[in-house]
Design a protein around this ligand. Structure first.
Ligand code: CP
Length: 380
């Protein structure tokens, strides 16, 4: 990355990396250069910056996860779900002394709601900012100062932002604050959605009873800008012998950086423009995505990339159909009316998101073991 900061100027303010650095160029340059020093570190140094006392503290990138972390989260999610099913309220008070801000600068239905409910499950105090026009940016306050202010009031930050590097930015701000609170990335730009990756992993793991080696994933649609595809593909590359087919028109194919990352970890990658129907029988998991036209371009797929009702029969026994949602017309609407179909997993996947996020918050605050132990005691 070059050393100069090329700001874009809008309404008298300075932007770089899709982040607002304030109205004063000298101050903006000073801050942005400091941030650039942080992001110019090696991936390993950045990963280490996200750890605290041997545990992942900032949950911002799928590439920071390992199988032990994922196993812990999945076991905790399952335990929390079972405890709640028995109407046992004992996890309700676990984090009652903690507060969290859900800071969503992009639209969200399920990530926002499932985080909010997960926080309630653990008894956390929670606030939300969903319209950033209510912040003090209009008075010239930089996003850096705004985030640092948040760290003064809350014990954790869950953030969604259109900037591809907002997660790193938030961690950098916290590391410069006297009160480094955990940052949880609820979706940053086109690149990462690590908590969706976790809930998708949990769904796959539950579906295949933990047997994940050698599984074939068929990702369909907007593989270029679908951040959930990037996060799940990186996570699945932790398992031996996995194959990833990316079925998409040329302009929506997976980027080279992600392809290189997963190939280096042993995943076989196939980039295909063929119709989904021709490859569907290979899949253990079909992962549909919508066209992310909020980033520009056309909003509809060619029918070659639409999942039809007949395709459920063409999928092999035991395979599953997933979608991070929201969906549009990329799945045949008749499929929604098949109740509890064993292959149709996208509604269960949504619900799993809440338990995965309960587990994640419990992990971040170090109370995950209590949930697992409580469940073990209940079973006896
Ligand atoms: N999957 C997902 O991130 O959905 P939302 O945009 O509704 O949060």
């Amino acid at each position: 990355m070059k050393n100069s900061i090329e700001f874009s100027e809008k309404e008298g303010g300075f932007y770089w990396g899709n982040i607002y650095w304030g109205k004063n160029k000298k101050v903006a340059e000073f801050d942005a250069k400091k941030f650039k020093e942080f992001i110019n570190q090696s991936p390993e140094e950045i990963k280490q910056a996200c750890y605290k006392e041997g545990r992942l503290n900032h949950i911002i990138r799928a590439e920071h996860f390992d199988l032990s972390f994922l196993e812990t989260i999945c076991e905790t999610a399952r335990a929390a779900r079972k405890v709640a099913k028995l109407e046992d309220k004992s996890i309700k008070k676990l984090l009652s002394s903690k507060s969290v801000l859900n800071f969503f600068a992009q639209p969200s239905q399920r990530t926002f709601l499932s985080f909010s409910l997960a926080e309630a499950h653990l008894g956390m105090r929670r606030e939300e900012v969903r319209d950033i026009r209510t912040s003090s940016f209009s008075k010239g306050e930089s996003e850096k100062d705004s985030l640092r202010t948040i760290s003064s009031y809350f014990d954790a930050l869950v953030c969604r932002n259109p900037s591809d590097i907002y997660d790193l930015f938030a961690v950098w701000v916290m590391k410069n604050s006297d009160r480094e609170i955990p940052v949880i990335n609820a979706g940053s730009g086109k690149r990462e959605h690590p908590t969706q990756g976790i809930l998708d992993y949990y769904t796959v793991r539950e579906s295949f009873k933990g047997e994940l080696e050698g599984r074939t994933f068929v990702y369909v649609g907007d593989c270029a800008r679908g951040r959930t595809v990037h996060s799940l593909a990186k996570i699945m590359a932790l398992h031996k012998g996995t194959e990833a087919y990316f079925i998409a028109p040329e302009e929506l194919q997976i980027d080279e950086e992600t392809e290189k990352y997963i190939v280096e970890r042993g995943t076989k990658v196939f980039k295909e423009t063929k119709p989904l129907k021709e490859l569907i029988n290979l899949a253990d998991v079909v992962y549909m995505t919508r066209i992310q036209d909020e980033h520009g371009g056309e909003g509809e797929y060619n029918q070659d990339y639409v999942f039809s009702l007949e395709m459920l029969e063409l999928m092999k026994e035991g395979s599953i159909l997933m979608h991070p949602m929201p969906k549009r017309d990329e799945i045949d609407p008749r499929i929604d009316y098949l109740k509890k179909h064993p292959k149709v997993m996208y509604w269960r996947q949504q619900r799993n998101g809440m338990w995965a996020r309960v587990a994640l918050l419990a992990y971040v605050f170090g109370v995950d073991e209590q949930i697992r132990k409580h469940y073990q005691r209940m079973k006896v």
